[in-house]
Design a protein around this ligand. Structure first.
Ligand SMILES: Cc1cc2nc3c(=O)[nH]c(=O)nc-3n(C[C@H](O)[C@H](O)[C@H](O)COP(=O)(O)O)c2cc1C
Length: 162
């Protein structure tokens, strides 16, 4: 099937970005980095504390990124780091702010040992009218195995590599 693919991701320290780029290299599509208006702190401890408060409060940061013609995509990859077992708040803002109903949503995340946690379930909650495909969870940047993990997953889902 010929799909019109959008690959949306948020990444503070480039792990999720690396996976997003690998997906695009393999199957094409438009890469779109979600950036909040206010960047998160560079300090790990500071961002961990801030993220905890934001997630507990259900805070939705304003986004700098505006996506044109979301209606023209039928398949949307959604990538987030695992933050406190869920999606990073900028991804929650994206999912609430754009209408993904009727589209296929393909989640992926990177993590520090906790796997996907509630990432996939929380994505489903924010786009309940989308068809979800099984996601990919990668430890850190995936190291030397990142490419083969991404490839195996895409093949399983039936995406044909270029
Ligand atoms: C605020 C914050 C919270 C995190 N919470 C978790 C967690 O609950 N479980 C986990 O496995 N990793 C956690 N991590 C680690 C990140 O998921 C991991 O480093 C990820 O690959 C970062 O992706 P990025 O480089 O795309 O930002 C957390 C990192 C940050 C900054």
């Amino acid at each position: 099937m010929d799909r019109n693919i959008l690959i949306v991701y948020y990444s503070r320290s480039a792990n999720t970005e690396k996976i997003a780029q690998l997906i695009q290299q393999k199957i094409g599509g438009t890469l779109c980095e979600i950036e909040p208006e206010l960047a998160y702190p560079a300090s790990y401890n500071a961002v961990v504390e801030q993220a905890k408060k934001e997630i507990q409060a259900g805070f939705r940061p304003e986004l700098k990124t505006k996506i044109e013609h979301i209606e023209s995509y039928d398949t949307v990859f959604v990538g987030s780091p695992n933050w406190w077992s869920t999606i990073a708040p900028p991804i929650a803002t994206f999912l609430e702010g754009y209408d993904l109903s009727g589209k296929t949503v393909v989640p992926f995340c990177t993590h520090g040992g906790g796997g996907a946690g509630r990432v996939e379930r929380d994505i489903v909650k924010l786009c309940p009218q989308s068809t979800m495909m099984p996601g990919l969870a990668i430890y850190g940047s995936g190291g030397g195995n990142a490419e083969s993990q991404v490839s195996a997953w895409l093949q399983e889902l039936g995406f044909v590599e270029r």
